[in-house]
Design a binder for this molecule. Structure first.
Ligand SMILES: Nc1ncnc2c1ncn2[C@@H]1O[C@H](COP(=O)(O)OP(=O)(O)OP(=O)(O)O)[C@@H](O)[C@H]1O
Length: 249
């Protein structure tokens, strides 16, 4: 019997080709990947290597042409769009380079919306939002609109929105890509803090400094994993799993 714990993510033979205007882009050419609960994995590599496409496959935002993907032991191959939307709400928080906040909703509403959609009562959603915004140094900004905030603040709101349903998995696609060095350090600090409490994170980044916050770095090249390495000190960094924000799953 295999008594290894079920990985939170398991991908086998993922292939994705984009058919745009020019020649087909073979973005992901056969990826096998396992990510255990509590791991913080950075995916790095040159522009066009296929990193974002891989992240989109892991978040169910795009479908593979070939291969299979299991989320927490459950095969996702047959999931409809609607099913993926439900699964994402419960299990996957996603942050993007350009935050993707709803510009005509306040900070509070941006963060509460996914909690309400997931079925929390307005009171519970408000409590979760208040806790996360305080945690992320945004108390007092609830009534602000996204356009009134700095890039770093908007990314923190996006992080709060991604984590409001306490998903076991956080996917981050160049989360500091449009931030200055102060904003980058802030994102790094926050990702490390959530990881220290047991949050599983898959981070796509060009930024070697940001990748150094992870405990495992995957180098992606030409649609394939070229290298997959644990960083020194990873086990100790991965040790803490308790904290104010208990993960609910
Ligand atoms: N929706 C799309 N339609 C057509 N081609 C696409 C699409 N998305 C990505 N591609 C192509 O697929 C390849 C991989 O793109 P992808 O964005 O996944 O790479 P990346 O490593 O994330 O790059 P970057 O670091 O520049 O964001 C590229 O050749 C890109 O042009």
């Amino acid at each position: 019997m295999n008594d290894r714990p079920t990985p939170l993510l398991r991908a086998e033979g993922l292939v994705k080709t984009h058919h745009g205007e020019g020649a087909p882009a073979h973005a992901v050419r056969g990826v096998d990947l396992r990510v255990a609960r509590g791991e913080f994995v950075a995916v790095t590599g040159p522009s066009g290597a296929g990193k974002s496409t891989l992240l989109h496959l892991l978040g169910g935002l795009q479908r593979p042409d070939e291969g299979s993907y299991w989320l927490d032991g459950e095969r996702t191959d047959g999931y409809s769009e609607a099913r993926w939307a439900v699964e994402r709400r419960k299990r996957i928080g996603i942050v993007f380079q350009f935050f993707n906040l709803v510009s005509n909703l306040s900070v509070a509403d941006n963060v509460e919306l996914p909690a309400l959609l997931a079925g929390l009562s307005p009171k519970q959603a408000r409590a979760e939002r208040e806790e996360l915004l305080a945690e992320l140094g945004l108390a007092g900004k609830e009534r602000s609109m996204p356009g009134e905030l700095s890039g770093g603040e908007q990314q923190r709101v996006a992080l709060a929105r991604a984590l409001v349903n306490r998903p076991p998995l956080l996917l981050a696609d160049e989360p500091a890509g449009s931030l200055d060095s102060k904003g980058t350090r802030e994102v790094m600090r926050l990702l490390s803090r959530f990881h220290g409490r047991g949050q599983t994170i898959v981070l796509v980044t060009h930024d070697a400094r940001l990748a150094s916050a992870a405990d495992r770095v995957i180098s992606f090249f030409d649609g394939r994993i070229a290298d997959d390495a644990e960083l020194d000190g990873a086990p100790s960094r991965r040790a803490g799993t308790s904290g104010v924000l208990e993960l609910r799953d």
